[in-house]
Design a protein around this ligand. Structure first.
Ligand code: AMP
Ligand code: MG
Length: 492
């Protein structure tokens, strides 16, 4: 007879737990009083080989709270360090426990991690717990990012714990199950390098290329090419963020994944009005992680990765430093390339002209000057291109905009693609709905009062962000007037 546990679909292989002991500590989730599953991502469960029907009730509550350990898991907390707002600190999973690596039916290896599962060896003075609001928030935003086509860690489940967590006020406790290509961070390499044992960096590096760059195994220049690949993914990722108005909010080096997935949704938010200086996090007082500063910070973080990899390069330190500096210096140009390509898609531009960057910048400048909504401006342009009469753009009333609009139309006229193709490209490049801060907040508020219907509705809407459907329509608008400045808080 088949073991009923086998039917759930767990297929763990725990390669991280085979690495040198300095990189992690064995950990057990601390049992919770009364686990109750509130969200289960059925399509993700299927994708990674799990049988959602068997994991939706009591058994799911037990597993996704850490009260029961799925067969084959070997739970650990990972060690890492990080520059937090520029200051180096030793960290580690203080409130997250990696159950292990699930091998999916497609042969992929993904980390299954419980966030908020209780104190670990790295908790410092923290309680190892998380509150319901922030865990639902990570679920909503990460799944929205996925639907936007942006690489991200995923959210499999949220359970409430039946316990309260003490923050400024007591809050309902919850645990999020996160699925990631890996949880190797820039800060993981910094941690290994800080131990002053080159074999540790080497072991981590070998593991990382096996998972993310297997084609580099055994190559003479594997280290440089690894750095190159990570840089390329980050340049593409940050460009994708910028193109949907996403502000990560806490781009510390421990919150940057080698895989190129967006990770650690803390005080993140989306801009409504276009403004490069936009900051939402209450603790980012120097605007280090402002919307428009994200490429600069990614570049800075990658320089920290390069430093951590230096011990692996054969030859003299000077040679290695020179090579690494040359490579790291290419980041701004890479970001620009991805960002411009994305802006061109948003404007329906197929061909190449030397004035394209200026044309795109002209629109951004106009948005900044007129405090225009970033997402809506592009949606309206999309509708204009599709010749839908409902466009609310201020044609005829704003000379600066009119001038830009004629330049754009003239530019469209100089490429072979017709209106249909232009509209098609724009439609698939400009989300109609994004997780607007005010919508996310009101859904979370209702959830904290026991009504999850708004979270479900928002998840539904955000699963088809490019569709101009009746269901999506009410979620297009920016915040109501007089909403005040949106603030996010850490510990989220
Ligand atoms: P984060 O801001 O979530 O990226 O976390 C930064 C560091 O603080 C990580 O090492 C976390 O594990 C740790 N941390 C955050 N919240 C808690 C908590 N409630 N208990 C223990 N450690 C925490
Ligand atoms: Mg973090």
């Amino acid at each position: 007879m088949t073991d009923p546990l086998e039917l759930e679909g767990w297929k763990f292989d725990n390669s991280y737990a085979q690495l040198p002991a300095a990189l992690f500590t064995a950990a057990r989730p601390v049992p919770v009083r009364q686990p109750g599953i509130v969200l289960l991502n059925r399509s993700l469960a299927a994708e990674i080989g799990l049988e959602a029907d068997l994991l939706s009730g009591e058994r799911g509550s037990a597993i996704f709270s850490g009260n029961a350990i799925p067969p084959g898991a070997e739970p650990i907390a990972q060690a890492y360090a990080g520059h937090q707002f520029g200051h180096f600190t030793n960290l580690g999973d203080g409130r997250a426990i990696l159950l292990g690596e699930q091998i999916t039916p497609g042969g992929q290896r993904v980390d299954i991690q419980l966030k908020g599962a209780g104190a670990t060896a790295y908790s410092r003075r923290g309680d190892g717990r998380a509150a319901l609001g922030p865990m639902l928030r990570e679920f909503l935003i990460s799944e929205a990012m996925h639907a936007l086509g942006i690489p991200t860690t995923r959210s499999l489940a949220v359970v409430t714990t039946g316990e309260r967590v003490r923050r400024e006020t007591p809050l309902d406790g919850a645990i999020l199950t996160r699925v990631a290509a890996s949880h190797i961070r820039v800060g993981t390499f910094q941690y290994a390098a800080a131990v002053d044992d080159p074999s540790l960096v080497q072991a981590l590096f070998d593991h990382a290329i096996k998972r993310h760059e297997p084609q580099l195994t055994g190559a003479d220049d594997a280290v440089l090419r690894f750095l190159d690949a990570v840089m390329e993914r980050q340049a593409a990722l940050v460009a994708r963020w910028m193109l949907v108005g996403f502000v990560h909010g806490v781009m510390n080096t421990d919150n940057m994944a080698i895989s190129g997935e967006s990770i650690d949704y803390g005080p993140c938010a989306f801009i409504d009005i276009y403004d490069p200086a936009m900051v939402f996090s209450s603790i980012d007082q120097q605007s280090r992680y402002a919307y428009g500063n994200q490429p600069t910070i990614a570049h800075w973080n990658l320089a920290r990765l390069a430093e951590s990899l230096l011990p692996l390069v054969p030859g003299t330190a000077e040679d290695a430093i020179e090579q690494f500096q040359g490579l790291v210096a290419t980041f701004p140009e890479r970001f620009q390339r991805h960002h411009l390509a994305g802006l061109k898609n948003k404007l329906g531009l197929f061909s190449v002209e030397s004035g394209d960057a200026d044309l795109a910048q002209g629109l951004l400048d106009w948005m900044l000057a007129t405090r225009s909504d970033f997402t809506e401006t592009f949606t309206e342009l999309s509708l204009t291109a599709a010749a839908e009469p409902s466009s609310a753009l201020p044609a005829g009333s704003d000379p600066q905009f009119d001038q830009w609009l004629s330049a754009w139309k003239a530019r469209l006229g100089r490429q072979p693609q017709g209106a249909l193709e232009v509209a098609g490209l724009m439609r698939q490049s400009n989300p109609v709905v994004i997780p607007r801060n005010h919508q996310v907040e009101s859904a979370l508020l209702a959830a904290q009062q026991g009504d999850l219907s708004r979270v479900h509705r928002l998840l539904e809407v955000l699963s088809t962000p490019f569709a101009t459907t009746a269901a999506n329509e009410p979620f297009r608008a920016g915040p109501p007037a007089g909403c005040g400045r949106y603030r996010t808080f850490c510990g989220t």
